[in-house]
Design a protein around this ligand. Structure first.
Ligand code: ZN
Length: 87
């Protein structure tokens, strides 16, 4: 079982969290093409190695935060607040 460090509560078991998909995905401008919108809505990265994700502490503080996780080893490299940078 993964141990995830919530930036607000500290380290907890993974069962307290939900993964919300890729982090730092930039929304296209309103004038974007159909292909750009389609890629934004339906294509998600399938990274091998370190991947930035959004996680939600649903059975804790109820806050969203970012995680950099290695998709091969499942090692959590770092967690940090939304809008912040990894430290
Ligand atoms: Zn928390």
């Amino acid at each position: 079982m993964l141990q995830i460090r919530c930036p607000f509560c500290g380290t907890r078991d993974e069962v307290e969290f939900e993964c919300g998909g890729a982090a730092h995905v930039v929304r296209p401008s309103p004038s974007a093409t159909d292909v750009e919108w389609s890629n934004y809505l339906y294509v998600s990265p399938n990274t091998i190695g370190e991947h930035r994700e959004r996680w939600y502490h649903g059975y804790g503080c109820g806050q969203w935060f970012n995680v950099i996780r290695n998709t091969v080893s499942h090692e959590i490299v770092v967690t940090y607040e939304m809008g912040g940078e990894p430290r």
